[in-house]
Write a protein that binds this ligand. Structure first.
Ligand code: ADP
Ligand code: MG
Length: 624
């Protein structure tokens, strides 16, 4: 075959991988010979700690080595960034101030290097998982992280769905209800998945994205700290290094107690007091651990009951209980599940790998490498999505700010729902479509996704003009809202992505540039690997040469906040003349504070003033 033939014969194949971007650990998998398979690191590690280190040479280090540096270099490492996904908070690390999705991108880039080693260079698509409870913003941040790392992000899927997919592949012939209990390092999700002739449908999902093994570690840290306080009258948690050391030790204790009943804790130096070392020497039992974490484990069982109720099932309807997430190795978890369901949970898919393997299955379904499997996946909406309406208040008056769900929580997606609304005042020519997500009957307690105005409604009597509102929610968690004036046919639509992210392209470019600079910034000169350990120890005494960058980034954040503040001020000033008495005074005072904060350069003060005026405005506008 000639070269030219070769070139044309090569398929334009773009590999698709599945990624579990975890709070604690991440993993990547792909379909190999019809089965999902983990792609290990060059060192052979199958899961990678989601920890990033920017070392003294400005090198970016991700994974086990970064995790090992958590204690020695607290200012140069970031862990558990997933808990901040979707926020605009800049996280200081190694003299930089990075957005959560930028740090996640560094983790994903590390995984991509494993993929490139295994599958060759070139473009890769990725399916990335998120907790079922992630909001649209958090999903978007995750997608962006993948793109920043150089992946084409094919889909964002829920972790329990992925776990069920990993499980489902080997048991295609059976019809059943599976409960997926996923207790990881930072999140807890429980879902009910129905499997029927190869079709997987998530019937319900709930959980708490701030509950996991990390919390167990901190319970142990607190317990150990109390011991030291009682004995030495000094709180080791006030010392950042001692705190990190105790956290590391706590996790070790916890893991060991999954395998044995008692561990010996022996730490000669936790912190120093009056120039003397303060240490720990004690026995810690599984029973003590259970006593510390049982309230949290009981909470997970409450969620189990809730998800059953949401799915309209009782516990006897559950055929299989699938345990995923590293924390499900704790024997007490098995015990609680066993006691509740009266049967053994299964762990036949490795709990650390199930999510990545399932994401790979989803990737395989997409790429066609699993097309013969007969599997089809659907999902559910994790939140209700709806619109702001006038609502009866205390049974007397109609008030604005009521929440009306158009797509209720746990609806199977993809889904399209349409409802009709009517004008509420005479001569009304425009309708404001305010889009919210959440479960509360008043929008001010829910999460605002966006707003747009449908204009050009013919002036008519109140209630005479109808507006059809359509919500379309797809498997990527992207919402498209359309409003149509029935009498004229005029319509307007918005995808929530666009509604929220008017300047997203710009922000994305900024992030990409910042990461590019980081990757270029490595100081390679006379680098000596042997020195790393020593330099780590020295780090706290060294001047931080990244302060300048931090300042630049804070200026940017402050510019964003000033813009937000200006908008808010305009709104507040407009509202002011309509108020009287105490309300007016309150708002005047808040406006004054905000004005002051805007002319100063204290970013925290500005944030505080912003929050205060925002809260007040919500209350006042709601009362109006
Ligand atoms: P995530 O999904 O949050 O990334 P993982 O599923 O990887 O997390 O679980 C990580 C958590 O599992 C950590 O809190 C870790 O301490 C915990 N873990 C791992 N192994 C064990 C064990 N043998 N016993 C108890 N907890 C464990
Ligand atoms: Mg996980």
């Amino acid at each position: 075959m000639s070269n030219i033939d070769d070139k044309y014969a090569r398929p334009t194949f773009r590999p698709v991988v599945g990624i579990d971007l975890g709070t604690t650990n991440s993993a990547v998998a792909f379909i190999h010979r019809g089965k999902p398979e983990i792609i290990p690191s060059p060192q052979g590690r199958r899961i990678t700690p989601s920890v990033v280190l920017i070392d003294l040479k400005n090198r970016i280090i991700v994974g086990e080595d970064a995790r090992a540096a958590l204690v020695a270099m607290p200012d140069r490492t970031v862990a558990a960034v997933k808990r901040k996904m979707g926020s605009k908070e800049r996280i200081p690390v190694g003299g930089q101030a990075l957005l959560p999705q930028e740090i996640s991108a560094l983790i994903l880039k590390e995984l991509k290097s494993y993929v490139d080693t295994r599958l060759g260079e070139g473009e890769k698509e990725a399916v990335i998982t998120v907790p079922a409870y992630f909001t649209d913003e958090q999903r978007r941040a995750t997608k962006q992280a993948g793109e920043l790392a150089g992946f084409v992000v094919e889909r964002i899927i829920n972790e329990p769905t992925a776990a069920a997919l990993a499980f489902g592949l080997d048991h295609l012939e059976e019809d059943r209800h599976i409960l997926v209990y996923d207790l990881g390092g930072g999140t807890f999700d429980v879902s009910i998945v129905e499997m029927m002739s190869g079709v997987l449908e998530v019937k319900a999902t709930t959980g708490n994205n701030h509950l996991g093994g990390e919390d167990f570690d901190w319970k142990i840290v607190d317990w150990l700290a109390e011991k030291i306080i009682a004995e030495h009258n000094i709180d080791p948690r006030d010392d950042i290094r001692a705190r990190a050391l105790l956290k590391e030790e706590a996790e070790k204790i916890k893991k060991e107690l999954s395998a044995r009943e008692t561990v010996t804790v022996s730490l000669p130096v936790v912190t120093v007091k009056d120039n003397r070392p303060v240490g720990l020497d004690l026995e810690f039992t599984r029973e003590q651990l259970v006593a510390l974490i049982d309230p949290l484990l009981q909470e997970t069982m409450n969620h189990v009951q809730r998800v059953l109720a949401d799915a309209g099932l009782v516990k006897d309807d559950i055929d299989e209980i699938l345990l995923v997430g590293g924390s499900t190795r704790i024997p007490r978890v098995h015990e609680l599940i066993r006691n509740f369901f009266g049967k053994e949970p299964r762990m036949d898919v490795n709990p650390d790998e199930a999510v990545a393997l399932g994401a790979a299955v989803q990737a395989g379904l997409k790429s066609g490498s699993l097309s013969k499997s007969g599997l089809v996946a659907t999902d559910v909406a994790p939140f209700s999505m709806g619109i702001a309406v006038l609502k009866e208040w205390k049974g007397i008056t109609l008030r604005p700010g009521g929440f009306h769900a158009i797509i209720p929580r746990n609806t199977t997606i993809p889904v399209t729902r349409t409802e009709t609304f009517y004008t509420t005042s005479d001569g009304q020519t425009a309708a404001s479509i305010e889009i919210y997500q959440g479960e509360h009957e008043w929008t001010k307690h829910n999460h605002r996704l966006g707003e747009f105005l449908l204009e050009g409604i013919p002036p008519n009597k109140a209630g005479a003009e109808a507006v059809e509102v359509t919500y379309r929610y797809n498997l990527n968690g992207i919402l498209e809202v359309t409003a149509r004036c029935v009498s004229t046919g005029k319509e307007m639509s918005v995808t929530v992505q666009d509604a929220l992210n008017r300047d997203s392209q710009e922000a994305f470019s900024e992030s990409a540039a910042r990461l590019e600079a980081l990757w270029q910034n490595v100081d390679n000169e006379d680098f000596d690997d042997e020195l790393v350990g020593e330099e780590m120890e020295l780090f706290n005494e060294l001047p931080d040469n990244g302060d300048e960058q931090l300042e630049v980034d804070q200026e940017l954040a402050s510019a964003d906040m000033h813009e937000e503040a200006s908008g808010l001020l305009a709104r507040a000033q407009k509202l002011l003349p309509t108020l009287a008495g105490a309300e007016r005074l309150k708002l005047e005072k808040a406006i004054h504070l905000l004005n002051n904060a805007m002319s100063g350069d204290d970013i925290d003060q500005l944030q505080e003033a912003l929050d205060r005026v925002t809260d007040l405005m919500i209350d006042l506008e709601f009362k109006e």
